[in-house]
Design a protein around this ligand. Structure first.
Ligand code: ADP
Ligand code: ZN
Ligand code: ZN
Length: 657
């Protein structure tokens, strides 16, 4: 018997399995998942046991020296998942394996608990379901009982009772002695959801996400590994939690881009969930009012089962939405309609939320005399202005400088601050309603850990009248006195060179609009835009997903984008632009040899420079992901890439920037 070992270092040349013999002192101890020390060349290296074989491939096999982890760090099933992950996303096996290892590579050692003491969790406070919820749950329960890896799309607006269905499905899984993963896009932004799960399932929950302190994550991971917690609630990385006997995976708002990891392995938690469910015969529920186009397409075709929750539980109608054409409003960021609604709302003692779509938008500085804009010397994107310390900052790297009063190019004093920072809106609100107490909630003011909750509760307690914020205000906010939502700039994201920009805009606007009038006070939404006739905006204003879907799917079909094709992007970056272009040319040449069509580029990326590195990309488009992947891996074997040039392979990319 020999052990299959993967070395701890990620490198193209070492990313294979090595065989080692097992000395007698380790014979009865060594298991899959153990971290070990092995001789490698003239040195000793750290490795991980990923399997056992009867015969070794090489003649001279060396002994494993010792075991260095007190317990296995992953299970045989997790090895399978990691192998799939590496194949699917063209990453190194060791990089994929790190995903399934405990955070920081360690499980804190604690007293072994008597597992018999872990009672079957009892849930409390279940609500009596509506007819639609009942039907949805019945289908899910049937699939759970049959142990078939069915996928459900639970399609319903915010407030239609999806979370209640999740919780009762989880409760059912627990009664079968099984476990569940519940994923939300950004757990720090949904404290209310976490609290509801805690109220229902008390301490049978482990919370896992990468913003948590390492110690805390390890502790939670340990509780799951020891079977003390059978429900894992978390962001995308929760999909790798070491649960035994998995029965259910819930993915809330599956369309959110935060489910995609932006470093290797560039996985999408929804796809990983699919594989994990297949390995465990577990059921998947995806819940949303605005599913991704791909997911809805699968539901329409019957690949997923569509379960519909057609109304809000309290029967409160979705708020009316008014579209304001901003071409008419030149001087201000807030139109006269929005100003007037704001004044009325505040004078009634109610609350308002003003939302800025930050995606693709930067508050920039321009000289009115010569048109010079001030941009980051390293990233070449416009710097944004922060009035607090009067500094210009880069949104990509940490570059900052003092905001100039005199134009660095023509030396005139006509430097003007453009764009719609939260601060400028704050000033305009103060003009409209001087007594307004304003809370600004953006990544600058809310970057500290836990401060989202602080903001949430301050606003909830009515300590402010107006909340101004970026994407974050769209998530989870549910405040009774919020009756006005103003979308200051609906279309900034529409300009982005990304085939999903209409979809993102629609989803964002729908989510934002759902935050008004959630209780007994009637709400209103105002969308300000420069493209009042764009189908994404018109459909969002009518809360009409179906009509948006019908138009969008036709665009995708015409242009051959997902779900009608598969994509792989290769992003090549480096300090030396010539070298980057050289690598791109080589890659493209090899790829074109292997694929007769669908090799687009190379071209400079939309964000063409980051932290001093030039970025070029090649996009592969085809029917079969396998064919594209094979072409990529064969190409990467042939093309020599200089050490300082990086090639990032992104299978099914989410962002095209
Ligand atoms: P969603 O997840 O679709 O936004 P929720 O599950 O959060 O919807 O439900 C919205 C509100 O309605 C919550 O306050 C929830 O407690 C309540 N609710 C959900 N289902 C029921 C039900 N069957 N009976 C009464 N109230 C319910
Ligand atoms: Zn920069
Ligand atoms: Zn100038």
């Amino acid at each position: 018997m020999y052990a299959e070992i993967i070395l701890g270092k990620a490198s193209r040349y070492l990313d294979k399995i090595y065989h080692y013999s097992i000395p007698s002192k380790l014979k009865n101890k060594l298991q899959i998942g153990h971290q070990v020390i092995v001789p490698f060349g003239k040195r000793e290296d750290i490795g991980y046991v990923v399997g056992f074989v009867e015969k070794a491939e090489v003649e001279k096999v060396k002994d494993i020296l010792e075991i260095t982890s007190p317990v296995p760090l992953f299970s045989p099933k997790q090895v399978e998942l990691a192998r799939w992950l590496a194949d699917y996303y063209c990453s190194f096996f060791i990089t994929a394996l790190r995903c399934v290892m405990p955070p920081g590579g360690k499980i804190p050692i604690t007293k072994i608990q008597d597992t018999n003491k872990v009672q079957r969790p009892r849930s409390k406070g279940q609500l009596e379901l509506t007819e639609e919820q009942e039907e949805a749950l019945a289908e899910i329960v049937t699939a759970i009982d049959k142990e078939v890896p069915d996928k459900f799309l639970l399609y319903g607006v915010t407030g239609s009772g999806k979370t209640e269905v999740y919780m009762q499905a989880v409760a059912h899984v627990l009664t079968k002695g099984k476990s569940a993963i519940v994923m939300v896009p950004e757990i720090g932004l949904t404290p209310q959801l976490v609290q509801r799960f805690r109220d229902r399932f008390s301490d049978h929950i482990a919370v896992l996400h990468s913003d948590m302190a390492m110690k805390q994550r390890q502790k939670e991971w340990g509780r799951v590994a020891r079977d003390e917690a059978r429900i894992v609630l978390g962001a995308r990385s929760a999909i790798f939690a070491p649960l035994k006997n998995l029965g259910l995976i819930v993915i809330d708002e599956e369309y959110e881009t935060s489910y995609k990891q932006d470093k290797s392995p560039r996985y999408h938690a929804r796809e990983v969930a699919g594989e994990l469910a297949r390995l465990n015969q577990a059921v998947i529920i995806m819940g949303s009012a605005t599913p991704s186009i791909e997911t809805y397409y699968h539901a329409e075709r019957g690949d997923y089962k569509k379960l519909i929750l057609s109304k809000r539980i309290d029967n409160v109608a979705l708020p009316p939405v008014e579209i304001i054409d901003m071409c008419e409003t030149k001087q201000y960021l807030l139109s006269k309609e929005l100003r007037s609604e704001l004044a009325q709302t505040l004078s009634r003692g109610e609350q308002a939320v003003l939302f800025i779509n930050r995606r693709g938008y930067f508050t920039f500085v321009m000289c009115r005399q010569c048109g010079h804009t001030i941009s980051c010397p390293r990233c070449e994107i416009s710097l944004s202005y922060h009035s607090q310390d009067r500094k210009l900052r880069c949104n990509r790297c940490d570059y900052s400088c003092v905001a100039p009063v005199i134009c660095p190019r023509c030396h005139s004093s006509s430097v003007k601050y453009f764009g719609i920072g939260t601060q400028r809106i704050e000033n305009e609100v103060a003009q409209v309603y001087p007594a307004a107490r304003i809370l600004r909630w953006d990544s600058d003011s809310a970057s500290k850990r836990g401060s989202h909750e602080v903001f949430f509760s301050a606003f909830e307690r009515g300590e402010a009248d107006v909340l101004i914020g970026t994407q974050m205000v769209t998530k989870g906010l549910d405040v009774a006195k919020v009756t006005l939502i103003g979308v200051v700039s609906a279309d900034t994201a529409l300009q982005l060179p990304d085939f999903r920009s209409a979809e993102h805009t629609f989803q964002l606007l729908t989510q934002v609009a759902g935050r008004a009038g959630r209780h007994h006070l009637p709400g209103k939404v105002i969308i300000q835009t420069y493209s009042p006739n764009h189908y994404a905006i018109v459909a969002a204003a009518k809360h009409d997903y179906e009509s948006f879907y019908k138009q969008e799917i036709e665009h995708r079909r015409e242009l051959g984008y997902p779900p009608f094709s598969k994509l792989i992007s290769l992003m090549v970056s480096g300090i030396d632009e010539k070298k980057v272009c050289g690598v791109c040319e080589d890659l493209a040449k090899f790829l074109r040899n292997k694929l007769t069509e669908g090799v687009l580029g190379p071209a400079p990326a939309a964000i063409s420079k980051v932290r001093g590195r030039f970025r070029y990309h090649i996009l592969l488009k085809g029917k079969e992901l396998d064919v594209l992947r094979k072409a990529v891996s064969e190409t990467l074997e042939k093309v020599t890439v200089p050490a300082e040039v990086r090639v990032a392979v992104d299978v099914e990319p989410m962002g095209m920037l």
